[in-house]
Write a protein that binds this ligand. Structure first.
Ligand code: ZN
Length: 305
């Protein structure tokens, strides 16, 4: 019983010392387990599993692109005060390494990519596609890993964490069914997808959606775009009669607009949640909410042809 008491006491002291500047950490919760998360997708999973028993510091917000993110000094301080840090892994939050080094390397980290099934990705990201959270089964595996770690830090909460993870899994399954209901009636030959970057390869195969191409042909949203890649994509869009190009909430849509002009397609009005979810508390602020939204936007885009 010494461990949870020690954790609770540490958490309490940290809360007291942070009372005047919690910033993104939100409301102080006496006795809560203090943890930190990187990407908004990971934060949503940790928030859903941890519920009221944790105090979560989310490093990234809805407007942050994880492929081009730098930790602020106060975030490094928050890292040092965490009982555990949940990272998305597979290269997408590699900037965390420097922050952890600055803390002296004493903070426990949980690399969720190690608990899910990864697909191959582009070379720049270490050969693995880091956007695993848009696969419902992966999200459930990650939620179970989050529940395990939180139960290790707070054994008295194990039942709560496990129940929360199961309930989240049920909401994710419900979102998956909703997406199927919208996408399945659309003829497969009209399910043609062009996106800003390679963030949806875990999602598309579940709903028999064909990837025609990405404007940035890499899992890293800031990879260089070569004229030859643009020409190949424009040709593909024309050849396959793609009418809707989808954009993402965190990415400048100018290149998408240019490709639309050159190819005769148009940029679809609805934006997808790619590398970031919406504001916590909004419909797109949960993983299941963002998945449902993305499925609905894609269905509307395919139907608009
Ligand atoms: Zn990405």
């Amino acid at each position: 019983m010494k461990v949870p008491q020690a954790v609770a006491l540490t958490g309490l002291l940290v809360l007291i010392s942070l009372a005047c500047g919690a910033g993104q950490a939100g409301q102080s919760k006496p006795g809560a387990v203090r943890v930190t998360s990187t990407l908004t997708q990971v934060s949503a999973l940790v928030r859903a599993v941890g519920g009221e028993r944790i105090q979560l510091t989310a490093l990234l917000g809805p407007n942050n692109d994880p492929h081009q993110f730098e930790l602020k000094p106060e975030q490094v301080t928050q890292l040092a005060r965490s009982a555990a840090v949940f990272e998305s892994g597979a290269g997408v939050d590699k900037w965390l390494v420097r922050g952890l080094a600055a803390t002296g390397g004493a903070v426990q980290t949980v690399d969720l990519a190690k608990h899910v099934h990864l697909r191959a990705g582009s070379a720049g990201e270490g050969g693995q596609d880091p956007h695993w959270w848009y696969d419902v089964d992966n999200a459930k595996l990650a939620a179970a890993a989050v529940a395990d770690e939180l139960a290790r830090l707070d054994p008295a909460g194990r039942g709560t964490y496990e129940r929360n993870a199961v309930a989240l899994g049920q909401r994710l399954d419900a979102a998956d069914r909703q997406i199927h209901a919208k996408i399945d009636p659309i003829p497969v030959q009209r399910r043609l997808f062009v996106a800003n970057h390679d963030a949806f390869n875990y999602f598309l195969p579940h709903y028999a959606i064909t990837l025609v191409g990405d404007i940035v042909p890499a899992t890293d949203s800031i990879a260089a775009v070569r004229p030859a890649d643009v020409a190949r994509l424009v040709a593909g869009i024309r050849q396959q009669h793609v009418c809707a190009i989808f954009t993402e909430t965190t990415i400048d849509p100018n290149l998408a607009a240019q490709i639309a002009r050159e190819s005769g397609a148009r940029v679809f009005a609805g934006k997808l949640y790619g590398d970031a979810l919406g504001e916590p508390g909004s419909p797109g602020g949960t993983l299941e909410g963002a998945l449902s939204h993305n499925g609905a936007v894609m269905a509307e885009g395919f139907n608009s042809c």
